[in-house]
Design a protein around this ligand. Structure first.
Ligand code: ATP
Ligand code: MG
Length: 137
């Protein structure tokens, strides 16, 4: 049993594909252990993506992540971190496999519809960025 943080980014919420995305997680054996819809400020988006602060896309990425509401979730299941990333597809939708969320919904490498933790360490930081222990069931 493993937990990972998933985000449906502003482009996914705007396209109204929240249910489609959650259905894909559930069909693949992941369970929603916590969930909420929130609108990040620029500063909150910068804090979440602090690992990317030296990257050239940091400013544009954090503008995008704060442009509208997002849905944040804790997903739980066997190999949840790797499984979530497999369901999401490659960062750049041009390289994403057919049937993945990014292949079906993402516009480009930045507006790529979903986020998923990439390691147990980042899952731990990212889950605690949004949820308290009392909110994860
Ligand atoms: P995420 O962390 O959102 O799950 P990822 O792990 O596939 O995605 P990262 O390398 O961690 O990709 O990049 C974080 C996010 O930054 C990407 O999801 C995307 O929104 C944006 N991003 C990544 N590379 C670029 C790029 N070359 N140009 C613009 N935005 C980018
Ligand atoms: Mg990442």
């Amino acid at each position: 049993m493993e937990r990972t943080l998933s985000i449906i980014k502003p482009d996914g919420v705007k396209k109204n594909v929240v249910g489609d995305i959650i259905g894909r997680f559930e069909k693949n054996g992941l369970r929603v252990a916590a969930m909420k819809k929130i609108w990040l400020s620029k500063e909150e988006a910068k804090g979440f993506y602090i690992v990317h602060k030296e990257r050239p896309f940091y400013d544009s990425l954090t503008d995008f992540m704060s442009e509208g509401p997002i849905v944040v979730m804790v997903l739980e299941g066997e190999n949840a971190i790797a499984k979530n990333r497999e369901i999401m597809g490659a960062t750049n939708p041009a390289n994403a496999l057919p049937g993945t969320i990014r292949k079906d919904h993402a516009e480009n490498v930045e507006r790529n519809t979903v986020h998923g933790s990439d390691s147990p360490e980042s899952a731990c930081f990212e889950i605690s960025y949004f949820f308290s222990m009392l909110e994860i069931l």
